[in-house]
Write a protein that binds this ligand. Structure first.
Ligand code: 1WJ
Ligand code: ZN
Length: 376
């Protein structure tokens, strides 16, 4: 029996919700879950060094097959000895399959049973991505967790289209399993689709469960649908997935969505939100979002967030960071990025403590009140 590359250890199941405490064992370390994974689409978490990511407690970071295939090319990364050597990051790496980018970045595309024909969003050249090609790229990148090549249709696609897509994505998932040349070191996660149709979510979950992946992602969400619809699909879908496997909600998210995802049984999250809003000077704080450019912070020599113990909040003032951001100084965006990532990683740590102490729903109430999510 091959030693599985990634295994999930279920530590505790919350009595009042679907939340769990767990540990994700990977060839590059073991990490507590629920966990937030910083996104480093082009093999870097924008403006952050590996040392800073480690310092803030990041365990697993993401990179993206589509982007790295186009630039610099998976062959260069492979020659470097894989992504861990290329990026000098020795902890966990998860690569997305490119399925989402093909559907979100390229306009002209043709989906066939074989794969997807589309145009390079950088130079318009014709490209083709298939389950086999996506897995070959991810094997070359050497990520610890690879994602199956899938189609992420618009949430409100017609039932018939969504059904066809789910069935094709399931056949693609099987081809991905067969294409993985390194299952002992690189775990492949299946991605559940089905949009807002419960019976298609069930069809997708059950088909993928029968293929016995080491972990599962819930895809096709956080694509513009109302949060209530996302939560409704999670409530329905996560119980269909094996309790002894990790569950990863792709592309999520904001603090309220992270907590509500944990309550519905999600263990792993990724989202560009904290790093993206940081680059326009917006910070997450205990009392909601703070737009640092705002004139009211010009003479404010306090920290971004008085309740945050990160190195940014311990050493730099709102006035200084506001000045840097307004002057478009890179260091300003490094400070806002570090703080935002720290805030979400710390939020997951607080959630894990709340699960340990059987007080997750109380924590949700307190945090939502403080952040302002309860405001009508
Ligand atoms: C934001 N909402 C959202 N993101 C999603 C992503 C990751 C985007 C990927 O693109 C890059 O960020 C833009 C990241 O790449 C590192 C991320 O993994 C998804 N990926 C796949 N394969 N299938 C999905 O159904 C899917 C759904 C999503 N919903
Ligand atoms: Zn801070």
């Amino acid at each position: 029996m091959n030693q599985a590359a990634v295994t999930y250890e279920l530590i505790k199941t919350d009595k009042k919700t679907g939340a769990r405490l767990g540990r994700l064992h990977t060839p590059h370390g073991t990490f507590d879950t629920p966990m937030f994974m910083p996104v480093g689409t082009q093999a870097t978490v924008k403006t952050m060094s590996p040392e800073e990511l480690k310092e803030m407690g990041a365990g697993v970071i993401l990179s993206n097959t589509y982007h790295l295939w186009l630039r610099p090319g998976e062959d260069i990364v492979q020659e470097a000895g894989g992504l861990h050597h290329f990026t000098n990051w020795d902890q966990g790496i998860l690569t997305d399959s490119g399925g989402y980018q093909v559907f979100s970045l390229s306009k002209l595309r043709d989906i066939t049973e074989e794969g997807v024909h589309f145009r390079n969003h950088l130079n318009g050249e014709k490209l083709f991505l298939s389950p086999e090609k996506s897995i070959a790229i991810q094997n070359a990148l050497g990520s610890d967790i690879m994602m199956a090549f899938d189609e992420c249709p618009p949430f409100d696609s017609p039932y018939e289209y969504m059904k066809t897509s789910v069935e094709r994505t399931s056949r693609w998932a099987e081809r991905c399993l067969a294409a993985n040349v390194n299952p002992e070191r690189q775990a492949l996660f299946g991605i559940v689709q089905g949009g807002g149709y419960k019976e298609l979510r069930e069809l997708s979950a059950r088909t993928l469960a029968s293929l016995d992946f080491p972990g599962y992602a819930i895809g096709g969400l956080s694509v513009g649908e109302p949060k209530e619809k996302m939560n409704e699909m999670l409530t329905y879908t996560t119980p269909l997935l094996a309790a002894d496997k990790p569950r990863y909600l792709m592309g999520v998210g904001s603090p309220d969505s992270l907590i509500d995802g944990v309550i519905r049984g999600i263990d792993l999250f990724d989202c560009v939100l904290p790093t993206r809003i940081a680059r326009n000077g917006t910070c997450m704080t205990e009392h909601g979002r703070l737009v640092i450019r705002n004139a009211k912070y010009a003479h404010d020599f306090g920290p971004i967030d008085a309740s945050c113990d990160c190195k940014v909040c311990r050493n730099y003032s709102r006035a200084y960071i506001r000045h840097l951001v307004k002057a478009n100084e890179t260091f300003g965006f490094r400070l806002t990025t570090y703080h935002n990532l720290y805030f979400l990683i710390k939020l997951m740590k607080r959630v894990r403590s709340a699960i340990k102490e059987d007080r997750l729903l109380e924590f949700r109430e307190e945090f939502f009140e403080s952040y302002g999510f309860n405001k009508p």
